[in-house]
Design a protein around this ligand. Structure first.
Ligand code: HEC
Ligand code: HEC
Ligand code: HEC
Ligand code: HEC
Ligand code: HEC
Length: 678
């Protein structure tokens, strides 16, 4: 699958990422520090704990050229006179902290490295990230890394432990329903429970299912957070920096930086390696190494920092280079999750993939492109310690200039970021023709350049395709073709044979949408087991559906008898839902059976509810997400009233299923990612 074309697209997207709106500034002006012919050479000998180090990497601080020591630990480092400021030599080795000494060409310099203690010390306290723009103290990363910190503060990583939606699913609450009445409205109970990020009990609205209730079957009624003894693994990825034992911790134990900083600096940069231990997050795939050697650092320990360079001689950092920071492997430690269920045709081994971003990436055509090439832009800073409070003037303490574009921003932008990453990766083509009085539309959606399926990540996500047509600004009636399936949401649903005239609670302007079902299953080309030919279509969970008609409610009696703009067509299933484009106050629009389509991994719970949060899931109903390089074609028909109708198609990224955002009072997070008009 690794075709040249795929890689070319990936590279173009990756470099588009470098100049897109993800970062705040254009890349640095002026030329890169060019490695001038070396005036002199510095002879060095590198030892580790007194033994000559073979294969240590040595360079002049600020020069790009690196040399490697021979079997005697010796090397000759070319000196680059064009590097401004003081001249230092830095040596590094994978099992030792990097070290720098001043250049002295008159002698052979001895660089004595020491192997770090290869044990994780739970007594270490994670360093706080600090705040960009606030001077703080040298205990805080933002003190010296202002520009990187500013990006991090915008990222979803920085709020992963305080995110109210995560806490709502963890404890079974609706934080937004913060009065007794608002809570009772959704059938919840407001009783004292533990407060996210703080000590003590405060009234919380308990409603719906929760990870804690599932993990602690002995908890018969909320609040389970008060009695729980099992914690569902949520904190391992969402609050990985809780001090003390790593793994299996209670999300409600997160305080201070572990709560306010989420997946923060000192956690990611304490990851020594990624292991294949099945379980994600800390104590699972992430091998975290907190230093144990006493030292002068703010933590009372010798600092240790794993990072992409490894050539930083500043003792405050204790820099050790690791390739996991360059090739995307670090990200795979948390961006992959599955749960165990009873085996089914779609999950024969009982392993239900919840988030498979990392596998989709590793097995796809873009595996050679690191995640951050697309999810991080580049910063216009002199070096990695560039930023508001730390202007490097080229010495050991400030670091040396880096080539333009060397430093990545830390926004890790995605659908929640300010930048439209999806617009670079998704193409939507429309072809239209008018046949008699019918406008026929073919929409082709291609995942041209994402590193994984779209959508990816949390299985609550969906991409909705919405198609509409107009003549002179007047909407055309949709008459047939593909529709958004039922996961688009509906207020009510009926099948043929039921009374289709009465819809209690219906409002003027809402729509009744009818589909016919041929009884045949729909085949498609999804990821993994849902790929073309991998499973019989009958097991792929999507029925063949065609729109029979859309009617708008023009009047409604108190007992729900509706008047429509035209008589209802015949069909098999009918829903009461919102007109596309309408915004029901504070809730997600119900879009089932709108002309269009949907792409999602639809997990179901025991009651058959689609797009259930992963801890409730018992099976996967369908997975028609678009793999990299794949396209999906849909067909739509409208009653045309003019020769040249206008067709508009949109791709909307929907973060949560409507039933869930309603239950928890979450503001819907629908984002138009691509819009095409023809
Ligand atoms: C989700 C994990 C993660 C978090 C959180 C994180 N980093 Fe990084 N950091 C990385 C990765 C990956 C790279 C390598 C980027 C590259 O160069 O490709 C990196 C690189 C760096 C570098 C080297 C310069 C560069 O961009 O290559 C510095 C300095 C740094 N991070 C500091 C910080 C600070 C300060 C914070 C908190 C404000 C932070 N990091 C939070 C993963 C993380
Ligand atoms: C006193 C200033 C200072 C503080 C505080 C500080 N750093 Fe650094 N850090 C630096 C300098 C200087 C560099 C070198 C920059 C360069 O050469 O590009 C650096 C480099 C790094 C690197 C790159 C290391 C490598 O080998 O790839 C990482 C990662 C990093 N810092 C993370 C952190 C984290 C995490 C914190 C907070 C726990 C932190 N820093 C606090 C000054 C500081
Ligand atoms: C310690 C675990 C951990 C690591 C390591 C990690 N992430 Fe994340 N990431 C998370 C969590 C948890 C969230 C979701 C937070 C939330 O929504 O509350 C997230 C969210 C994201 C998002 C979603 C942003 C959006 O706009 O919706 C992106 C993109 C992302 N991470 C990329 C990365 C990349 C790239 C790396 C590697 C450099 C990485 N992550 C490493 C845990 C991690
Ligand atoms: C070639 C570019 C590219 C690479 C490589 C890449 N991604 Fe993405 N990623 C995207 C695009 C494009 C999106 C869609 C963004 C949107 O919908 O706004 C995305 C979305 C995401 C999301 C949000 C998913 C959703 O639908 O809400 C996460 C999380 C994520 N990526 C993590 C990763 C991780 C982790 C890696 C590496 C294992 C990675 N990505 C590699 C381009 C890439
Ligand atoms: C494997 C690591 C991992 C574990 C374990 C994990 N999550 Fe997540 N979670 C993520 C990542 C990564 C994202 C973001 C992906 C994306 O944006 O699509 C996320 C997103 C979420 C979101 C969406 C937040 C938002 O605002 O969009 C919720 C809610 C959530 N997780 C709840 C939980 C709960 C509850 C648990 C425990 C039952 C849990 N997660 C366990 C990694 C994890």
């Amino acid at each position: 699958m690794k075709t040249a074309r795929h890689l070319a697209l990936a590279v173009s997207l990756a470099s588009a990422g470098a100049v897109g709106a993800c970062q705040t500034s254009e890349s640095a002006e002026g030329a890169a520090p060019v490695a001038a012919p070396s005036a002199t050479v510095q002879r060095v000998r590198v030892t580790i704990d007194g033994v000559p180090a073979f294969g240590a990497s040595v360079s002049q601080g600020g020069a790009e050229r690196k040399v490697t020591t021979n079997g005697q630990g010796d090397a000759e480092v070319p000196l680059d006179p064009s590097v401004p400021g003081e001249r230092w030599i830095v040596a590094s080795f994978p099992t030792a902290r990097a070290r720098g000494v001043r250049v002295d060409p008159s002698t052979r310099l001895e660089l004595e490295l020491h192997a770090y203690a290869d044990v994780d010390d739970p007594a270490y306290r994670f360093g706080p990230p600090g705040r960009a723009g606030v001077a703080g103290t040298a205990a805080e990363c933002a003190h010296c890394h202002g520009a990187i910190s500013a990006g991090f503060e915008e990222s979803a990583h920085s709020t992963s432990a305080s995110n109210p939606r995560v806490h709502d699913l963890y404890a079974g609450t609706a934080a937004a329903r913060d009065t007794d009445d608002a809570c009772a409205d959704v059938g919840g109970t407001r009783v004292p429970g533990r407060t996210p990020g703080a000590d003590g009990l405060t009234p919380r609205c308990y409603v719906g299912d929760s990870a804690l209730a599932r993990a602690n079957p002995s908890c018969a009624a909320p609040p389970c957070d008060v009695t729980a003894t099992k914690f569902a693994g949520c904190a391992d990825c969402h609050a990985p920096a809780i001090d003390g034992a790593l793994g299996g911790r209670d999300l409600l134990e997160a305080r201070d930086a572990a709560f306010d900083g989420g997946v923060h600096c000192d956690l990611c940069h304490k990851v020594e390696s990624i292991r294949d231990l099945g379980a994600p997050g800390v104590a699972g795939k992430l091998r975290v190494l907190r230093p144990s050697e006493p030292g002068p650092g703010p933590s009372g320990r010798l600092p240790i920092t794993f990072g992409p360079y490894g050539d930083v001689g500043l003792p405050r950092m204790g820099s050790v280079g690791r390739t996991i920071f360059k090739d995307g492997q670090l990200c795979t430690g948390c961006h992959e999750l599955s749960v165990t269920v009873a085996p089914s045709v779609r999950a024969p081994d009982g392993v239900l993939a919840v988030d498979s971003t990392s596998t989709e990436w590793a097995e796809g055509p873009m595996a050679g492109v690191p995640c951050q090439s697309c999810h991080g832009g580049r910063l216009d800073v002199a070096n990695a310690a560039g930023g508001e409070h730390h202007d490097p003037n080229a010495d050991l303490a400030s670091g040396w200039p880096r080539p333009p574009g060397a430093v990545h921003d830390h926004k890790f932008c995605g659908p929640r970021g300010e930048r439209d990453l999806a617009a670079l990766a998704l193409t939507l083509d429309l072809s239209t023709r008018v046949v008699g009085a019918t406008l026929e539309v073919d929409a082709t959606l291609t995942n041209r350049g994402a590193g994984h399926a779209l959508p990816s990540g949390e299985s609550m996500r969906a991409l909705l395709l919405l198609v509409e047509a107009t003549c002179d600004g007047v909407a055309l009636a949709p008459t047939g073709g593909d529709v958004v399936p039922e996961l688009g949401g509906a207020y009510a649903r009926k099948v043929a044979g039921e009374d289709w005239s009465r819809w209690p609670g219906a409002r003027i302007g809402q729509q009744l949408r009818v589909v016919t079902r041929s009884g045949a299953p729909r085949d498609y080309d999804g990821p993994g087991r849902f790929a073309k030919g991998a499973l019989p279509a009958s097991e792929k969970g999507l029925p063949e559906e065609a729109l029979a008609g859309v009617r708008t409610i023009t009047a409604v009696t108190p007992d729900g008898l509706v008047t429509l703009d035209a008589p209802l067509p015949k069909g098999d299933v009918i829903v009461l839902a919102d007109a596309p484009g309408s915004t029901p106050d504070g809730r997600a629009a119900r879009l089932a059976f709108t002309p269009g389509f949907a792409f999602a991994r639809a997990l179901v719970d025991a009651s058959g509810r689609v797009q259930a949060p992963h801890f409730m899931a018992t099976d996967v109903l369908f997975d028609d997400r678009l793999m990299p390089g794949r396209a999906a074609v849909t067909h739509h028909a409208f009653a045309s009233t003019c020769e040249k109708p206008k067709v508009t198609a949109r791709i909307v990224h929907r973060a949560f299923p409507p039933w869930l955002s309603d239950e928890r009072g979450w503001a819907p997070r629908d984002r138009v990612e691509v819009e095409v008009t023809r």
